[in-house]
Design a protein around this ligand. Sequence first.
Ligand code: GDP
Ligand code: MG
Length: 312
Amino acid sequence: MASRIPREWFGIQQFPAVTQSKLHELLGKLKEENVSTLTILLMGKGGVGKSSTLNSIMGERLAPVSAFQSEGLRPIMCSRMRAGFTLNIIDTPGLVEGGYVSEQALEVIKRFLLNKTIDVLLYVDRLDAYRVDSLDIQVIKAITDTFGKRIWQRTLVVLTHAQLSPPDGLNYDDFFARRSEALIKCIRLGACIKKQEFEKSAIPVVLVENSGRCRTNDNGEKILPDGTAWIPNLVEVITVVISNGSKPITVDQKLIEGPNADERGKFFIPLILAFQYFFVVKVIQKAIKQDIAKESKPLWELRDMGVANRKF
Ligand code: GDP
Ligand code: MG
């Protein structure tokens, strides 16, 4: 898929030995299942930690991270190779601009993804955001319109800023459960998926802490408040999702243009023609006939019709 041979994944050596061996084990399992390339797509609003998550997984600072500036408009794909396995991570610009879903950002992302195959989508948001609103639903809708509902079978929700103290004295697990529930509901609504259908393929929610101040365990691994080493955990959940029997998403022209773009609306053509015939053509014909009937005819025409003599 990538035009150049990817560079060696040296970033993996930045991780503690335990993390490295867990990652090698997971990559080994994927190779056993004949998966030798994994392409991860990161999407979400701006400033939620997409680029930071890419850098954390790769173990290198590859994508620009910024607290204040809006992100660059172009997506980037970072590719690394390890023992015959290629890992591609695609970082995208935030989907929201000035309070709306940015059509421009979406267009740029679509063009960038053309002819690429997405194995998994990481829908990124922050754990420490307390509300979801209609804008979140619009973002989900935009992603669904772009890739089809099927993308949600290949998705993990990633919540960054996992090292937080919940507000209002809430317990961490309760806070995480409520935040996850709100986002999952938002996905169901934005993607217009029926509740029963949605529950069958539960979307996993995974916690991430990209900060340099993330706590570590005795092995030096970055851990979540419950002690889970989050990098191998994230990669493990990704491997579970790509093995759930659903197909990867191949982004082709047809997908980008929407389902049966040529066919769309064909069903209505006979109805529109019938409507035009009865309510436009017929009405105009009738009006013309009435006009002709009412028209005062010139004398010579009446004479030719043999009416003039009788009248005058
Ligand atoms: P993007 O716009 O979604 O790509 O977000 P960035 O990765 O550029 O991150 C935006 C800001 O949030 C930067 O200042 C990051 O350092 C910070 N950030 C990202 N992820 C985390 C996280 O998990 N924890 C903390 N504390 N800060 C984060
Ligand atoms: Mg970014």
